[in-house]
Design a protein. Structure first.
Length: 344
């Protein structure tokens, strides 16, 4: 019976398939509240955003109501309310309320909203009668500014997160293995759908597989870096148009002993590709990831050209981005190919 393919370590869309369980030190997340808020899902963020304002308005509304109650403003405000039959009552001589027009908790709550969001309707205001009211006014303004700064900063960071830019960085659905310059190479295609460039873009690749040491230690997800080559040399790429990135399968490569016959029997083989760079328009570092399992690697094929010169400029046909064609390729491992060349 064929063995089941193991779960991906990194999804095709770049999401890491790792679940964190039994974390005992949950308090560490509260020590970095801002990052925790940014990492939350949008419904949770909007709920916290709404509740933070409502709770602060209610809290200070209660404080304003208590100040008015302690000073006796509520009793006088009740007598001063206009009665359609009797008219307005006369204010007691010399009485000055802490906050004008406060006669219930509802009006105190409305005044709290006016103070914190700096909306002045002109009907309620703080007087010089109560120093405590002036102090509460200062405190509420400071608290409101802090809440605004945190929540607006959180919303801004969520809308400008680096992975949003990575949505327009695309990788070919399949990777291929074929000859290039007489050597077997692992190749993939990467492209950027936007005209704004990724500055200082670098690309690297890792093989993730289960390994065992000489001492018998089993490493379930051993990450092995392998050298990537590209048309401009090194790991840095100029991603103005789609590029074919390749890895030469030599004696230092984890793919050195893989042939087309046993390629699809490596259920534990996963090749991860990571592209990093700085977004030109925002200056934020972004990262795009993908992975290739054994059955997503095509032997003996190469990518078709998609860049052509038209009307004095270069045109990219993204409809052929992942298209491949068959090419003559030896059905042997890179080790056997190298040994045959040495014999010849």
């Amino acid at each position: 019976r064929a063995r089941e393919r193991r779960a991906r370590f990194v999804g095709k869309n770049g999401a890491c398939n790792v679940a964190h369980k039994n974390i005992r030190e949950q308090g560490r997340f509260l020590q970095d509240v801002f990052t925790t808020l940014v990492d939350l899902k949008w419904p949770h963020t909007l709920l916290i955003f709404t509740m933070s304002f409502l709770c602060s308005w209610l809290l200070f509304g209660m404080v304003w109501w208590l100040i008015a109650f302690a000073h006796g403003d509520l009793d006088h405000s009740t007598r001063l309310q206009r009665d359609p039959r009797e008219g307005a009552a006369e204010a007691p001589a010399g009485f000055v309320p802490c906050v004008t027009s406060i006669h219930s908790f509802t009006s105190a709550f409305l005044f709290s909203i006016e103070v914190q969001v700096t909306i002045g309707f002109g009907g309620r205001m703080v007087t010089e009668e109560c120093p405590a009211a002036i102090l509460v006014l200062i405190v509420q303004n400071i608290v409101g500014l802090v809440i605004n700064a945190i929540m607006l900063g959180c919303i801004f960071m969520k809308t400008s997160q680096a992975h949003r830019r990575a949505e327009t960085l695309i990788f070919s659905k399949h990777a291929v293995i074929a000859l290039r310059e007489g050597k077997l190479c692992f190749m993939l295609r990467v492209g950027d759908l936007r005209k704004s460039m990724i500055i200082s873009a670098t690309i690297r690749m890792q093989v993730v597989k289960k390994t065992a040491s000489l001492e018998g230690e089993v490493v379930p997800l051993n990450q092995i870096d392998i050298q990537m080559e590209n048309p401009v040399g090194g790991n840095s790429i100029f991603l103005v148009s789609p590029l074919i990135i390749y890895h030469v399968i030599d004696k230092n490569s984890p793919l050195y002993d893989i042939s087309p016959l046993n390629l699809h029997h490596h259920e534990d083989l996963e090749i991860i590709v990571i592209l990093e760079g700085v977004v030109e328009t925002t200056g934020i570092t972004t990262q795009a990831r993908t992975s290739y399992l054994a059955d997503e690697i095509l032997w003996g094929q190469r990518f078709v050209p998609i860049v052509a010169e038209e009307d004095g400029q270069y045109s990219v046909d993204y409809s052929k981005f992942g298209n491949t064609v068959k090419v003559p390729t030896p059905s042997c491992t890179a080790r056997q190919l190298e040994e045959d060349k040495s014999i010849m």
